[in-house]
Design a protein around this ligand. Sequence first.
Ligand code: SF4
Length: 196
Amino acid sequence: MIIMQPTVIHTTKTPPQPEGLYAELMSHAAGLPNDELFAQLIASQTAGIGALPPGLGLNEEVFAALLARHFPNMQLVIRRTTSDSADRELEHEDVLALILEHRADLDVSEIWMAEIVTTACMASDHLWQDLGLWTRKYLTELMTQNFPTLAAKNTQDMKWKKFLYKQLCEKEEIRVCRAPSCEVCADYQKCFGPEE
Ligand code: SF4
């Protein structure tokens, strides 16, 4: 049995890869969509990489269901030490609703993944780093696999967190951009520069 100690949440630019727990999780993997991504997220969070809280932002019951389904016979004890900030509850709801609108509808794990991505959106680094993914390409894979119609809209490979919030603004018909188009915008690098 692995005991997850109360987590010190921090981000790091060049995270080490917590391969031991990842390998152990994958040795129990059920062969379902998202097994590898969940293993990566859990292994990173347990190592204190990224910004997700214990349980990846899911409540204990849901996280237990995720573990039982994707990594049967793998036991992790989660001690939650954080709670959602009430002042960002509406933002959380909006981001989650946007992501869920685009779920592939192929597997229940898309719902859990949407909650996890939304929780990471509340943190302050690049989305793939806040999730504790090992490189940005895994986030592109996550979005394409779970929320394909949303991922397909990111035709210019915009930074993922910027992209999600821009979708929310467009949905509400709010224009926050100062330039008429991205090509002539002084903030281009902030939205499209390398996400490293
Ligand atoms: S590059 Fe400028 S115009 Fe394009 S999304 Fe970013 S802020 Fe808006």
